[in-house]
Structure formats: C-alpha cells, structure tokens
Write a new protein. Structure first.
Length: 292
C-alpha cells in the first residue's frame, strides 16, 4: 500500500493528507444519539444520572435535572437544572463556569482524542458571556480560552482583528494595554494584514518577538508607536510595510528615504527585494542593490 502511495503525484498526496486532517477534525464533533434506551456521543456510550430528563443542548453540551454533560461525560458538581451553553467550548450553571475541549498528544501520534473539563476559577457565572473569537467576559474580567486577564472596562471590551482589542478607554495588543492609546477610536487597519492598528492620534505595529522570551517563557509582546504618522491616512501595504502620505514604515520603524507615493510591495517572495519605489529597491526596510 505504501509503495502505491509513493507513486501518486505530489499534488494528490497533499490533497489526501489535507482530507485526512479534515477527517480527524470532523471526528472531534459528534451529536448526541439515543438508541435502545442508551445515549451515545461519538464512540462514548453513557447513562445519564437522570435519564428521563436528559436533553442535548447542542452538539457538545447536554443536561438532566441533576448534572451538566460535555461530550457524554458528566461535569462533576455541576447543577443540571441551571446548566446552559455559553459558547462551543464553555457552559455555566448558577454557580460556576466550565470549559470543555479536547486535545491530542504528540507521543500518541495525535491518534487519541482526550477530553478536558475544567472549572474557570473566579468567573462570575451570572454575568459570564461569550463575545466572540475565543473571548468571554463577566462583570469583573475578560477571558480568552478560559484564561482571565484584566482590562479597564470589561463591559465595553471587544476583540478586533489579529491580536488587537479595545474597550471604552484603551487599545490592547495580545491582552496587554497599550499605554496612552484611545479606546473609542482604536481600530485594526486591515483584516488581511493584522499587525497594524491606529487610533485618533497614533499608528501602532504589534508583534511577538520570537527571539526574546518573557518570564513565562513565551515570546515578548511588543507594540511600536509610529511616530509622526497621520493615522487617518495610514494604509497597510503588506510584508510588514505601512505608509501614509509622508512616510513608510517596516515593522513599525520608519524607512528613511522611501517614497510613499510610489512605494509598492512585491507579493511574490521570489526576488532579492521585497519592495520598490522610484528611487530603487528595498528589502526588510533597507535599501538594496538589485542586479538587472
């Protein structure tokens, strides 16, 4: 069988691999089924604690008068009578908020799906709600994938494109407040290239520094302010470039000598230069000589 696969054209192997991944993902989501007095979810067969009142709420969550359930597994200490769905991965009762997701281990070659159910510590169940893009909030804090972080005004917090977000007071990058930013006017600029944002006074470039880690071992989150930018005129050019009527920036740093009126990015990723203007060629914000 393997020798036959190796004879297939490369493009077909790629398609088959993609279909296999899609197949694995599809197996992750199954609905509740009842047959012969037994309930199943995917390949999990189970008996509800109170079968007469058991009801699926969506493809993942269910409840009876005693407990809540996720993918057929009982959620310990949950209260079934008040159990409701918050999002695809979260549910709540009158006392607690629960996160339910799945994971696979590389050591098992990603072949076995494991279920993980956790209570979100400190969440206010009465006010907890999903606000999209993996974010939720209660009256005290905002959460991403069940992890809390602090913002100035949770009630007005909203995620934007990329890692940017805002509330009524400030803009945020990767869940960290951008000092001096103006929340009401803060916005990401281009959904196709989400590294740049702006408010009424400044432009911003946000990135994660893979070469320098923070105290938790994760890439440092850095936001550069585009000094001298005209925020309303700021446009994203691609390949980490942005420009207004007077300046060009690369990764948030001004490209000295570049002409914004004629500056154009090469989207091919094939040449020695990634951009050109009327004065010549540029690569990563630096002028380069390109042989003809």
């Amino acid at each position: 069988m393997l020798s036959r696969l190796l004879l297939l054209p490369t493009w077909l192997l790629v398609v088959l691999a993609a279909l296999a991944v899609i197949g694995l993902a599809a197996c992750d989501v199954s609905s509740y089924q009842r047959a012969g007095g037994r309930w199943t979810h995917g390949d999990v067969s189970f008996t509800p604690q109170h079968p007469a009142s058991f009801e699926p709420l969506d493809e993942r969550f269910a409840r009876d008068k005693v407990r809540g359930y996720c993918r057929g597994a009982v959620i310990t200490d949950s209260e079934g009578a008040s159990f409701t769905v918050v999002s695809q991965t979260e549910a709540r009762d009158r006392n607690s908020v629960y996160r339910c997701d799945t994971y696979r281990n590389a050591q098992e070659y990603w072949s076995i799906q494991h279920l993980r159910i956790v209570r979100i510590d400190g969440a206010d169940a009465a006010t907890y709600e999903s606000i999209g893009k993996g974010f939720a909030r209660d009256k005290h804090r905002v959460y991403v994938n069940g992890m809390p972080f602090t913002v100035r005004d949770p009630a007005s917090f909203e995620p934007l494109d990329g890692d940017f977000a805002r509330d009524a007071q400030r803009g945020y990058y990767a869940r960290v407040e951008i000092p001096g930013s103006h929340g009401p006017s803060f916005q990401s600029i281009d959904a196709r290239d989400t590294a740049y944002a702006r408010d009424r006074a400044n432009g911003y470039y946000g990135y994660r520094d893979q070469e320098h880690l923070d105290t938790t071992g994760k890439p440092r989150r850095i936001v550069r302010t585009l000094r001298g930018a005209e925020p309303a005129a700021l446009r994203v050019l691609g390949r980490d470039y942005a420009a207004d009527a007077r300046h060009v920036w690369h990764q948030g740093q001004k490209v000295l000598g570049a002409d914004p009126a004629t500056f154009a990015v090469d989207p091919s990723y094939e040449g020695a230069a990634d951009a050109n203007d009327r004065s010549g060629a540029w690569n990563a914000g630096q002028r380069v000589a390109v042989s003809k």
